[in-house]
Design a protein around this ligand. Sequence first.
Ligand code: AP5
Length: 218
Amino acid sequence: MRLVLLGPPGAGKGTQSVLLAASLDVPHISTGDLFRGHVERGTALGEQVRAIMTTGGLVPTALTVAVVEERLSHGDAADGFLLDGFPRSTVQAEALDRILASRAQELSAAVLLDLPDDEVVRRIAGRRVCGRDPSHTFHQDTAPPLRAGECDYCGGALHRRTDDEPATVLRRQELYRSETAPLVDYYLRAGLLRRVDALGPVAEVGNRVQRALAASRR
Ligand code: AP5
């Protein structure tokens, strides 16, 4: 399956992507994680995007599309993928459509994780991520690590993301509303939108996602 996961910052896209990608046996491709990896490694791209990410802005589309196109060219994405955090605007969605069309492929579905603003704020406030692998995500109340401050999977130190400060979260939410929310109509018109209530325990939301995708198996 070729999927995109949409939803506001903190909706649980990364959390659900890890589970869904494993169950579908497709790579989980998170543009946020790719960019954070570059920042961690101090690459030229990382230096370009560091300040943008820290202040909650959007990385320029040309750069983002190039990173995604390169990642989709890897062999593990030939038969399917799960995109998390991309596309984030109509221009990016059109670019993805072009990339797929050039490979005679199309999207299977776009899953929207729906969550009220107050729960978004609660999830982001308690989020802690692993310094070694940012896809290892915890929450101090709802998904605490077994040992305080330590990643369950690899023992890395947990920390708060630099873009999880309240003022930065507000900016990310505004950008979500102005740039990303229009994708709901974009994928609705294409007949690809699968809306999922993201309120509730992780496993329950995961079951809803699976049910929403049951009619999209291809
Ligand atoms: P990115 O990393 O994509 O950030 P985001 O979209 O804002 O999403 P988050 O990672 O904040 O949240 P999430 O929905 O994955 O939630 P999570 O599963 O962690 O992007 C970061 C930055 O990179 C952007 O601001 C931008 O600068 C740049 N960027 C990335 N893509 C770009 C693009 N396409 N174009 C331009 N720039 C781009 O869950 C949150 C918390 O809630 C966790 O603590 C988790 O444990 C907890 N939780 C999850 N599910 C549940 C549940 N069901 N119940 C209770 N708690 C839960």
